[in-house]
Design a protein around this ligand. Sequence first.
Ligand code: WTA
Length: 698
Amino acid sequence: MPSDSMPALPVSPDSAAAPSHVAANQDIESTLRENRVFPPPEEFSALAHVKSLEEYEALYAKSIADPEAFWAEAASDLHWFAKWSKVLDWNLPLAKWFVDGKLNLSYNCVDRHALGALADKTALIWEGELTLVDESGVGHSHIRKLTYAELHVEVQKFASALKALGIQKGDRVAVYMGMTPELAIALLACARIGAIHSVIFGGFAAQAIADRVNDSQCVAIITQDSSYRRGGEIPLKTTVDGALLLTPSVKHVVVYQRSGTPVYMQAGRDHWWHELTAAADPVCPAEPMDSEDPLYILYTSGTTGKPKGLVHTTGGYSVQTYLTTKYVFDLQNPNHPNDVYWCTADIGWVTGHSYVVYGPLQCGATVLMYEGAPNFPDFSRFWKIIDSHQVTIFYTAPTAIRAFIKWGDEHVEKHSLASLRLLGTVGEPINPEAWMWYRDKIGHNRCPIVDTWWQTETGAILIAPIPGAVPTKPGSATRPFFGIEPEVVTREGEKVPAGSGGLLVVKKPWPSMARTVYGDPERYQKTYWSDVEGCYFTGDGARQDADGYFWLMGRVDDVLNVSGHRLGTMEVESALVAHPKVAEAAVVGRPDDLKGQAIVAFVSLESSVTAALATASGDSVANLAALKDELKRWVAKEIGSLARPEEIRFTDALPKTRSGKIMRRLLRELATHGSIQGDTTTLEDFAVIAKLREAEEG
Ligand code: WTA
């Protein structure tokens, strides 16, 4: 983990008794033994871009032998106003890709298709969360569709509107919106005129918006009156009004009218989207951007400290988001002209930037966007959406999959899901049992699963199976993408043997890597390029198995240290999740005089188990105690007694970041001190912490 962004593990004096080389090397012991292997279904491979393991391996070997030639060939698929003079200029940690090349990402996402054969193809399908009720009282889904030609018009109009406000190339523009087509249009319009967008997730509060806007001195904020979530209205403009008291750099606010709920509009500063675009020039040519011109800033959800504004530039980011989308999601495939692609991530996160907007639109795909929550109006909303829009490719997060499991299979089983051909996951390690459930209940054992490993900092996928070619193993992100050389090493940079855990690093630059932290190049260098010499350090622990597959083990800063054994969180949690009664688990280390650290497991149970416990006859306290013992014995049996949790705490929900990652740091503080002192700005649901405290006191 980048050393400045998380507190060091609490270490008791006794943990010094751990063999010193272990601590110094940061080796991580691996205990997960998962032997299931699933070759790609033959029907899938036959029509895929890459059809066999041999083909993948040959392409990979070629890409590594000459990465510059490989990436140049990929770049040639896109439109350039001027070709690059040099593919890569590398001066660690500073990379320039496609030097002197001129292109525009909005052009590659929209114009290229609108002016070509795909003009009438649907680019965006949007479904609102609320049902529309017509005059006769009948409810209808709220759906909007835009073809590439229509998207072209909308993007140009909004780009003209931004220009008319005086927004210029290089200006920073904050975007604080819900999931609407206008959010995608806002990004594409900024990219079109060379304004640098900084999307702030629509769940952040005024202070968090102000911090991000001020850090990069944004001149404008694009927002909407309100958005909908779980049936409720989220007052985005009102929150922005709070932030605006603290953001002197902002001259203009553009407000998209989604709900029609009245909002405060300050004359001269605040403008309605529909009024600006009605008056705007419908033609706005795309600005030729230099490959290394910044495209966007995105603040990492962060754990502690000031959020880091990662800067992505134009050329390399375009090329790698394009190519990874094409190969990992098998898009732009002439055998599948009717693909409907749905990535459930919010555009407030990097996954939404790269795999809702920029990657799939460059591939000319039909992209589905859904405005709201998966459990509104009921637990089957996602499955209804898949059936009604005939979604073929579905990409979501392990945290969502664990929630689906917890809610119960009956919500899934009512739906056909027969249109699906490919599934994906991203954001956290996926526990093998959750992977198996996903494969069986959603994919009907017919769809390959692409477990994609990457980060805000990497811009695009670095490790993932090529679905028609690489056999998958539950819980493994499998093999590197073309041109990428990840390795598992010790702190000294030595490669660890197959099967051993260590630090995941990347040895060579890749096109979509973040170029810097906005306004703080030293922090970029220190956070990512100084832990392991000559390498980019991801902050993740991993192991590579004898077949060269990568298994992610969790953040290095979350590693447990029990009696000198360093254990990744992922493996202990996966053992717990493999128990039929457990839906989700998070493990942390609490200082322990004897062992260095003792494992405390926070466990949330399947809904049906909780219900059964509540109604079971007899003493419920005794029932819970018996279940705790059962789980401790289970882990000891699955992994070994060294991983046996000292304590199990049941909880309804785990504390998560707004992008769905478990915040183990907070659980560690709770398990150690009985309270939480650190920063909780990125916490999604504050009630979870209150409940955890109550549970502890109760
Ligand atoms: C974790 C999200 C295991 C990892 C794209 C990484 C994963 C961090 C996976 C980046 C995966 C993401 N398997 N772990 N497939 N994907 N992670 O910046 O710890 O929100 O470093 O980017 O999420 O999170 P970020």
